[in-house]
Design a binder for this molecule. Sequence first.
Ligand SMILES: [Zn+2]
Length: 287
Amino acid sequence: MLTTGKAILDVANEHSFAVPAFNISDWAMFKGIVEISEETNAPLIVAIHPDEVKHVGPDMIAGIVSRAHRSSVPIAIHWDHGATYDEVLTAIKYGFTSVMIDGSLKPFEENLALTKKVTDSAHVLGVSVEGELGTIGGNDSYAEAGAAEIIYTDPDDAVTFVEQTGVDSLAIAIGTFHGFYPAHLKPELKLDLLKEIKSRVQIPLVLHGGSGNPDDEIREAARIGINKINISTDIKVAYHNKMREVLGNDPKVREPNAIQPACIDAMKVVAAQKIELFGAAGKGSLY
Ligand SMILES: [Zn+2]
């Protein structure tokens, strides 16, 4: 069924697991992600970045909403990395049930004021809000916003931010990068920092850009306080690597219904690994 981000994440918080937020930007990928979530009985957050909405056009959202209503698992439709108040209101009009407002590159007070304004309005409309504090790294041209260096989330700031904005979940910077992890840095999550932040804010915490971090760290993070993990790079790489293989150099290979099924299957294998790693498999029964 279609639900809000808060409804999905509060249960994950209570039962100490993380829900995957898979970024999709075409129907084949969306279909595959819903299928694997239903096959593994895992709650799902369908994340769509503003650039991805621009690519598919907002009309596709109506189809996503319709499919979510018929799903055997809870699904939230999440606007990833909203930049402005107006943009987020537009997303709510399209039918998103969860929105992120990302003011993390702004000064603290500006981020707080913007996030509070978005949260006040979204809550009136029954939509959940994710804020972000600290700076997640990002260094590849395809990746979402990020800085060349990670600025770790300050726990005191997190307490103030959550209290004053009323956000439903918070993305924190504890050592992840958007896109591929830079070769000169060793991926390492600060799990002690995560524990400290969690003990003080209690709300669901979010990890962006976990593609390069070791599985055991991600598993532990999901167990001790991260309740939503964004996955974009890993599933898209799986999808398109398979597509290159299927297309080869044969110009006669042209029908999407002949090309895409193998790509969807390859993507589903990676998605299933994430669902398992995050502890989300079978958790659809909790809703
Ligand atoms: Zn992100």
